[in-house]
Design a protein around this ligand. Structure first.
Ligand code: HEM
Length: 401
């Protein structure tokens, strides 16, 4: 039960190269792991512990944010709030993410995906992350927030810095690069929100999108403050884009690595949703996120003092042999209802609101690749993302005939 028996931190190269091996050792030897690198935090890795803790918000609070740094309590929406605020915020915002609303986006996403393939198909070679997996969710976020899609490359530069900062002890203040990304984001979106507010006030021309909903929704009779809306847009841009980009890259990487599974899928397109779900289980795009305990907790003989940052490792829960048969086998024929119990979208009341949207994006993207580039294969070593809490690739070279 000694943390010194297993070397783990998000910054450790060994962990980043082989996270599953490290998780297996942690689950077995130190299910409550303490590290001081890069700042003190505990980590839970057993499926039973992670899911139980995530369902107990009285003890395991989100008020200091889901990252390693202690963010200012009371300013965040949803992912950084606890009941009762979280419950009212969730009721107010969830309508826009309902599966019935998301399903209506299928035709537009399909058109987008085919346009992207049209733009690079003739090259016979490319980088499936930058050419395909990154622009899909970023464009969808622009549709939802009402920003021009021509700005997606700028947004992605901010997103990559912000995503990396989730596992930095300094959070938003971690480095000049991170500070600048936040500064530029707030300047851009501050102006964008003001413009939309004026259009709503003057009953001008504006879309009925997510941003309008955030600006017009009331919570206990009060509108959300601009500070909260800005914070939520920032969270959404990171949560809604890079995670989905990594997911699409992870699906394709795993299928190219397992040609027999890829062939199975090409023969039976009905398995596409299973392949998306198995990829989410096998390669969780977010390894884990943090909670802060409201009171002292002792688990497996380890005492976690009040107000400790504790990482809930979704990716490890997904590979726990006590919860999954043959967890280390990538198998797209698993039962989809069972698969949906994976922890990659979180567990309990903070369960990802964007899950139906990212599943749709993944399914549409995979279907288009199978139809248009069935001979897609690896064309060189992939490059891993440099965001510690995320799993996936920043570059995935591929070719096709
Ligand atoms: C594969 C893609 C995605 C993954 C792996 C993912 C993962 C997660 C996880 C693990 C959580 C739980 C956070 C926690 O417990 O602290 C979460 C929450 C959330 N996600 Fe996602 N997400 C994805 C896509 C999206 C998309 C596309 C959107 C929106 C456009 C989105 C919006 C949200 C929101 C709003 C929450 C907060 C819910 C709450 O606190 O009540 N996510 N996501």
């Amino acid at each position: 039960m000694d943390s010194e028996q297993v070397l783990f931190s998000f910054t450790d190269e060994n962990f980043q190269t082989e996270p599953e091996t490290v998780f297996a050792s942690m689950r077995e030897k130190c299910p409550v792991h303490l590290t001081h690198d890069p700042a003190p935090h505990f980590t839970l890795t057993r499926e039973e512990d992670v899911t139980r803790a995530l369902r107990d918000e009285k003890i395991w609070s989100s008020k200091y944010g889901p990252g390693l740094a202690f963010s200012e309590p009371g300013i965040g929406v949803l992912v950084s709030s606890d009941p009762p605020e979280h419950t009212t915020e969730r009721i107010a915002i969830s309508r826009i993410f309902k599966p019935s609303v998301i399903e209506k986006m299928e035709d537009d996403i399909t058109e987008l995906v085919h346009e992207l393939i049209d733009s690079f198909e003739h090259n016979k070679t490319g980088d499936i992350i930058t050419d395909f997996a990154a622009p899909i969710p970023l464009t969808v976020m622009c549709w939802m927030l009402g920003t021009p899609i021509t700005h997606i490359e700028q947004f992605r530069r901010w997103v990559l810095k912000m995503a990396a900062a989730v596992s930095y002890p300094g959070g938003r203040e971690a480095s000049d690069e991170v500070k600048n990304a936040y500064h530029d984001f707030f300047a851009y979106f501050g102006a964008h929100i003001e413009k939309r507010k004026k259009a709503i006030e003057s009953k001008g021309d504006y879309p009925e999108d997510l941003l309008t909903r955030l600006l017009t929704v009331t919570q206990d009779g009060h509108a959300l403050t601009t500070k909260k809306i800005l914070g939520f847009c920032q969270f959404l841009l990171v949560a809604g884009s890079e995670t989905t980009t990594l997911m699409i890259g992870n699906i394709l990487h795993r299928l190219m690595e397992n040609p027999e599974q890829f062939d199975l899928l090409k023969k039976n397109h009905a398995l596409i949703p299973n392949a998306v779900e198995e990829s989410l289980r096998y390669d969780a795009p977010v390894h884990g996120l943090f909670r802060t305990n409201n009171e002292k907790v002792t688990m497996h003989g380890v005492q976690m003092p009040e107000n400790s940052k504790v990482c809930m490792m979704f990716a490890s829960a997904n590979r726990d042999p006590k919860a999954w048969d043959n967890p280390n086998t990538f198998d797209i024929t698993r039962d989809i209802a069972d698969l949906r119990n994976h922890a990659s979208f979180g567990v309990g009341s903070h369960y990802c609101l964007g899950a139906p949207l990212s599943r749709l994006e993944g399914t549409v993207a995979l279907k288009a690749i199978i139809e248009r580039l069935p001979k897609i294969r690896s064309n060189g070593p992939p490059i891993r993302t440099n965001a510690g809490v995320l799993k996936g690739y920043s570059s995935l070279p591929v070719r096709w005939d």
